[in-house]
Design a protein around this ligand. Structure first.
Ligand code: HEM
Length: 474
């Protein structure tokens, strides 16, 4: 495995393909007597849809995130937010958060944050690059775009990192992703020692977490001092603070703060990574590119007047684009694997015995690459597989356990619609205006990190798209 660490997701997929059950294998880490229970070094890896459903839904209570995850990331995420919370508190948090991110609530996010960020900050950068033939790193821009949007939506904060990528808060986030992930590879005893003495990567991690926490605390204090008679624009923090009581259960402010921290961390790279793979797949598939540009133009021609920002109804009409996003996430799920822990002994639907106290890795990356699940053409980028025969609507059900990019069951991602909204807006804005092409010699490979980011970014050249035939857009 170590020899394949740079292509770990592909390697895991190969192992799963070679397994007798076509989707599950079991392995052992290094067992250290007296320091750990042998079961802790035992691990089941699976991508079998029936197993995924069993673990994430049917036997949800037997498979929490578990001590490995909690010990490694609990302190980074503050131990209090929605992603760490358990039991009643977690249920109450979901009741507060999920309704705020439904399709019908996202209009203001599009209007106040996503569209202005595209129009005022992103497009001028792309315009300049295309005029002067300068190559750009699209992944880097997408990370800034993700940062600006999520800080706006969650905290009402104008970050403008597209214009100022060296913003200290944005740099603190980079540090958190880089050094928290390093903990996976360091022995526990080493990173805990470094953390205790606040040295090396752990010292930088602590400072960066502090920067992010201070930002949230300042925003919270400002809202605590608000005059109750005045009206304010809603952002997620303000909405959560107003809704802190659910079914008679009052949530501590640390749970609200922790949840906003979760949202900031989860909301940035996931969208940026997915958008980057999306553009890469578009560049590699001219047939699909032609179809999508045609769709965007057709939809906009029907609906738009003078206003050039994409509207919610337009976004919802972009069916082929939606299929493209699903297909991107099927092949490159932003979160390539998740970890769970078995509380009691169990037998998975494919017959695999899982001992209590062991870890389970769910390979969300591999499930999209199984012929047994997606057919002979599973490796091909084929948005049509999601569509009805007349290509007018999404036909394949995206919530089954064959498509688990957003997880499934009770802990399903809270921000599926927000992701679609951000990705569709940025994809249509860019593809309408520019043709993208690879910078010669630039290699695209995935990096080992929480998300399936690209190792050296996505270097592209831009050429203004000729839309003379379609007089609605310029
Ligand atoms: C392409 C985009 C995204 C993908 C593929 C994705 C995927 C996921 C997955 C797989 C999980 C489950 C993790 C686990 O249980 O171990 C998850 C949970 C979560 N996601 Fe997303 N996500 C995306 C975008 C976002 C965005 C934009 C936000 C922020 C608004 C967000 C916030 C969260 C939160 C807070 C959780 C924890 C939910 C809970 O534990 O109850 N995600 N996401």
């Amino acid at each position: 495995m170590l020899l394949n660490i740079r292509r770990i997701h592909e390697w895991t997929t190969d192992q799963l393909l070679a397994s007798p059950t076509l989707g599950t294998y079991q392995t052992c880490g290094v067992y250290i007597p007296f320091l750990q229970n042998w079961r802790r070094s035992f691990c089941t890896v699976t991508c079998h849809p029936k197993n995924l459903e069993h673990i994430l839904n049917t036997k949800f209570h037997n498979y929490p995130k578990g001590p490995t995850w909690q010990n490694t990331f609990g302190d980074v995420l503050g131990n209090q937010g929605i992603s760490c919370a358990k039991g009643e508190e977690w249920i109450s948090l979901r009741k507060i958060v999920v309704p705020e991110l439904t399709k019908s609530k996202l209009g203001p996010s599009l209007h106040c944050w996503v569209n202005p960020s595209i129009k005022n900050d992103l497009l001028p950068i792309l315009d300049k690059a295309s005029k002067h033939n300068i190559s750009i790193d699209l992944q880097k821009l997408m990370i800034c775009f993700g940062t600006d949007n999520i800080f706006g939506i969650a905290l009402g904060k104008k970050m403008k990192t597209l214009l100022n990528p060296e913003d200290p808060i944005a740099l603190a986030m980079d540090t958190i992703f880089k050094f928290a992930f390093r903990r996976f590879f360091y022995p526990n005893i080493l990173w805990k020692f470094m953390k205790f003495f606040c040295i090396g990567s752990e010292g930088s991690l602590k400072k960066s977490i502090q920067i992010l926490n201070n930002t949230i605390t300042e925003a919270q204090e400002e809202r605590n001092n608000r005059n109750k008679d005045e009206t304010f624009d809603d952002d997620l923090l303000w909405t959560f603070m107003k809704k802190v009581q659910v079914n008679g259960h009052i949530l501590p402010s640390s749970a609200i703060m922790g949840t906003v921290l979760d949202i900031l961390l989860a909301g940035r790279d996931s969208v940026a990574t997915s958008a980057s793979w999306f553009f890469w797949l578009v560049m590699n598939n001219p047939r699909v590119e032609e179809k999508i540009v045609h769709e965007i133009i057709t939809v906009l021609k029907k609906t738009r007047g003078k206003d050039k920002d994409t509207r919610m109804d337009e976004i919802n009409s972009l069916v082929y684009l939606h299929a493209m996003l699903l297909e991107t996430l099927r092949l490159y799920p932003a979160v390539p694997k998740i970890v769970r822990y078995a509380i009691c002994d169990d037998i998975l639907p494919d017959g695999t015995y899982v001992p209590a106290g062991s870890d389970i890795i769910l390979s969300l990356y591999s499930v999209g690459r199984m012929k047994s699940v997606w057919g002979e053409d599973c490796i091909e980028f084929k948005p049509e597989r999601w569509l009805s025969t007349d290509e007018k609507r999404i036909e394949r059900h995206e919530d089954g356990y064959k498509f688990v990019a957003f997880n499934g069951g009770s802990r399903i991602c809270i921000a599926k619609y927000l992701t679609y909204l951000e990705m569709k807006s940025v994809a249509s804005a860019i593809l309408l205006r520019y043709e993208l092409s690879h910078v010669p010699g630039h290699q695209v490979t995935s990096k080992l990190s929480f998300t399936i980011a690209m190792n050296n970014g996505l270097k592209v050249n831009l050429k203004r798209r000729d839309l003379n035939d379609f007089d609605v857009i310029n």
